[in-house]
Design a protein around this ligand. Structure first.
Ligand code: ADP
Ligand code: MG
Length: 436
């Protein structure tokens, strides 16, 4: 039997040589994890006749692109692929079953099954409930005598399974039933992968230019950044500026979060470079909808291009058949529905707060806040990471969520940068200074 595999680099070798009951590999992106896992599965199938291997990824599309297609190539002429069952059958009786667990309940299908080895690719994408079910299927198949069951995991920080993976492999906080010697962790970063370092400078650059928290997680393999304070990059020195009127020629947006407990409304000016300046704030409790609308109108002076709001304000109330958005409209405030994809919105907000090279040769963030918005200023640094959903902001303390939520709606609801100039007509004289 002959297969062509990549020659493993040192970290991959350590992973492939581990025979612990549970071995996790990775911690960062581009560390050659998927490659090593795939090759390990092939080598086990060849070395141990009759071995039964389950190779899992959370989603089918990733399974196909990342593993099925490469394995078909590697195993062409070596094992027979059964497309219906998605499994590779080896002449020595070994079997690699490729599967996925998209919905929570999908993990139920392994109940009562037995696999000598289970691979969990991108383990942090599996929930603890799924993991508990999958683990039960890791027991002797009876078809590979003498082989003691093992599991191999690859992982990055973040994802629904962040906490359980971190507990077992990083913090090593075991319960009485778990034996520490059964858990091995082999770190690997993109810098350990000579193949990428040599051939894919762009990929490394991309990782290196991520916002600080994400860079620490995905490049350095730091598991702590998804805990504690959320916007660590927030710095009053950089993000808070003296109160001033927005410059002429800038476009003004409003953005709000409304509930009876709090109306948080902001006015944001955006200049021709796409830089945003939050210059006015309403932060008030116990306003009914019409009062909230009145308050916003009182505070408004300049022409506003759009007013962003979260989608739930379009829900119709049963008693009146009207939505909050309807009632705002009756008061002359037409709302624009913003996306409420929370994690994408927060990630984007990280980008806006991270100082980047500017047109003056220095570094500045895309979002600044006037000192006239004290509640927003104390809210942003008070937000903490959600414990259950890494990458998301915790809903507690709830008071601090309203202001940042409103800013997130502005950022998420805004048209892409290029559409900036379609919003307002700028006179040519605006640009003469820049040499056009
Ligand atoms: N030992 C190796 N030799 C050559 N190329 C490798 C090796 N290991 C990984 N690669 C390549 O490096 C890239 C990243 O590897 P991958 O396993 O996808 O990383 P990860 O899953 O950790 O993000 C892929 O293009 C892969 O084919
Ligand atoms: Mg991978």
């Amino acid at each position: 039997m002959k297969v062509r595999l990549h020659r493993p680099f040192p970290q991959q070798k350590l992973f492939m040589q581990s025979t612990a009951r549970h071995t996790a590999f990775g911690g960062a992106r581009g560390g050659g994890k998927s490659d090593a896992a795939r090759n390990k599965a092939v080598l086990l199938a060849i070395n141990y006749p009759g071995i039964q291997i389950l190779f899992l990824r959370r989603q089918l599309v990733d399974l196909r692109e990342n593993h099925l297609l490469p394995l078909m190539k590697i195993l062409n002429g070596v094992a027979v692929y059964k497309s219906q069952e998605k499994e590779f059958l080896f002449p020595n009786g070994s079997r690699i079953v490729m599967s996925y667990c998209d919905a929570e309940r999908d993990a139920l299908k392994y109940q009562g099954q037995s696999y000598d080895v289970i691979f969990l690719e991108e383990a942090t994408q599996f929930s603890l409930e799924q993991y508990d079910l999958i683990r039960l299927a890791n027991r002797p198949s009876g078809l590979c005598k003498g082989f003691k069951p093992r599991m191999y995991y690859t992982c990055n920080p973040g994802g629904v399974g962040h906490s359980w993976v971190k507990r077992l492999f990083i913090d090593r906080k075991f319960t009485e039933k778990e034996k520490p010697e059964n858990y091995a962790f082999i770190p690997s970063r993109v810098y350990d992968n000579p193949f990428i370092m040599k051939n894919d400078e762009d990929y490394v650059n991309e990782l290196e230019s991520l916002p600080e928290d994400l860079r620490k997680a995905f490049l350095d393999g730091n598991w702590d950044v998804f805990e504690g304070q959320y916007f660590r990059e927030f710095d009053r020195e950089i993000h808070v500026v003296k109160a001033r009127q927005p410059e002429k020629g800038t476009t003004i947006y409003r953005t709000l979060d409304y509930g009876l407990d709090k109306l948080a409304c902001y006015w944001v000016s955006v200049d021709s470079f796409g830089r945003a300046y939050v210059f006015r704030e309403i932060w008030e409790s116990d306003l009914i909808i019409s009062e909230a609308a009145k308050r916003i109108n009182e505070m408004s002076g300049e022409e506003v291009l759009m007013t962003y709001a979260p989608p739930d304000l379009w829900n119709r109330r049963q008693d009146t058949g009207k939505s909050v958005a309807d009632i705002f409209a009756e008061h002359g405030i037409v709302l624009t529905k913003a996306s409420n994809d929370r994690i994408a919105g927060w990630m984007e907000m990280h980008e806006w707060l991270t100082p980047k090279e500017d047109e003056f040769g220095g570094k500045s963030p895309r979002l600044t806040i006037s000192e006239a918005c004290p509640d927003l200023i104390r809210s942003i640094p008070a937000l903490i990471h959600d414990k259950k959903v890494p990458g998301d902001v915790a809903d507690e303390p709830h008071e601090f969520t309203h202001g940042p939520d409103a800013i997130r709606y502005f950022i998420a609801g805004r048209p892409a940068k290029v559409e900036e100039s379609t919003g307002t007509d700028y006179g040519l004289e605006e640009f003469l200074d820049y040499g056009i």
